[in-house]
Design a binder for this molecule. Structure first.
Ligand code: PMP
Ligand code: GLN
Length: 380
């Protein structure tokens, strides 16, 4: 048995959702929306399932989807990619695995930021890499450039960044991204930038892709997910974008992870990327209203709510709220005693966790949010 997995617990997202299912709690833990997603994506997927081939599509993805992804980023982010620079994966999770497996040689160090998505560290370790952490802290979660520079060693090969950042709900500033880019250029590092939340941004903020910074076009892997763009998390269609010498190596790892992704879902996503810009913008506006509704309700209940600039999440600072308990205790008691599932933010740290912050998902119907607020208010 691989001790990495033998010793490991179940991911917090599944653990909290299972607990919510078992107890009938309102699930504000795992991040997923309760709407159906854009009709055009569902119809194109259903039509393709019935009318097009369901045999293996090309290994790096349908050419139509790769072209749609390239076109989408040209339109929204001013990045010029050719379709050959896009490799379609089974969700961003597979893109992360393929990138890390393809780019890490045993003993290589990967500079990453805590809090981090819980898949990152096991994937780095499985690839034989060594994570080196730069720690971010509430309430602002800003990147300290001195800490960043201090984390680089002669063995550092990669930087793994998530922007916008789950669970902090922050967007890296232009200055922070420029500092990361300068570091990559200075030390000849490759950046893997997980940008799955690039379209779920609020208050008019614009996402800045790291690949667009000076010196980064040839040394960045940009990861995206249709699950987030169209609020269809079960679709598991993602991609990695990179210059041809990188993309070719990424494809080698992808070919022996999943080889491919269901073709009808690829057709649906291609159709959506071409036609659903308005749906995507309207969804963000709806999610922003949900954020404000939940933030107001939790504040009225006496909780200290941290700012949320992006993602499906906001966080509560327990210490600032006057609650004397850690995040895991809070989450466990809230789900069992009040019937509301959340996620303790310490689950996003591999070492020296922040233990006073709990994450709530707000992309739910108003009635669901109101019911959750009432349960929290009656419990705290
Ligand atoms: N990266 C981050 C930062 C995420 O939050 C998520 C899931 N929400 C993923 C990757 C996984 O995306 P997918 O479901 O497309 O695999
Ligand atoms: N990324 C989602 C979240 O942060 C969950 C993904 C998963 O369940 N694996 O809640």
């Amino acid at each position: 048995m691989n001790p990495l997995y033998a010793r490991m617990g179940t991911t917090i997202f599944e653990a909290m959702s299972a607990r919510a299912r078992a107890t009938g709690a309102i699930n504000l833990g795992q991040g997923f929306a309760d709407g159906p997603g854009p009709r055009a994506v569902l119809e194109a997927s259903a039509a393709a399932l019935l009318e097009k081939s369901n045999q293996y599509p090309p290994m790096i993805g349908l050419p139509e989807l790769r072209a749609a992804v390239a076109d989408h980023y040209a339109r929204h982010q001013g990045i010029n990619l050719t379709p050959d620079e896009v490799v379609v994966t089974s969700g961003a999770t597979e893109a992360l695995a393929a990138s890390l497996f393809a780019l890490i040689a045993p003993g290589d160090e990967v500079l990453c930021f805590q809090p981090l998505y819980d898949a990152y560290v096991p994937l780095i370790r499985q690839a034989g890499g060594v994570p080196r952490f730069v720690r971010l802290e509430p309430p602002h979660w800003r990147i300290d450039s001195a800490a960043l520079a201090a984390a680089v060693t002669p063995r550092t090969r990669l930087v793994l960044l998530n922007n916008p950042l789950n669970p902090a709900a922050t967007m890296a500033s232009a200055a922070e991204l420029a500092a990361i880019a300068a570091l990559c250029v200075e030390h000849d590092l490759i950046a893997i930038c997980d940008e799955v939340w690039e379209h779920v941004t609020f208050d008019g903020a614009r996402h800045l892709p790291l690949i667009g910074f000076p010196g980064m076009r040839e040394r960045t892997v940009k990861i995206g997910s249709a699950g987030k763009i169209f609020a269809l998390t079960g679709f598991k269609v993602g991609w990695m974008c990179a210059a041809p010498p990188l993309a070719r190596v990424l494809a080698k790892a992808h070919q022996f992870l999943t080889f491919t992704t269901p073709p009808n879902l690829q057709w649906g996503v291609a159709a959506g990327l071409a036609s659903e810009d308005e749906w995507v913008a309207a969804a963000s506006a709806r999610f922003q209203a949900g954020r404000d509704r939940l933030a107001t309700g939790l504040r009225d209940a006496g909780l200290a709510v941290l700012p949320s600039a992006a993602t499906y999440f906001l966080s509560v600072d327990l210490a600032e709220s006057g609650l004397v308990m850690d995040d895991v205790t809070f989450s466990e008691r809230l789900v069992d005693e009040a019937g509301v599932a959340t996620v303790p933010v310490s689950a996003f740290y591999a070492e020296a966790p922040v233990t006073n912050v709990v994450r709530f998902c707000f992309v739910k119907e108003d009635a669901t949010l109101d019911a959750a607020i009432a349960r929290v208010a009656g419990w705290v």
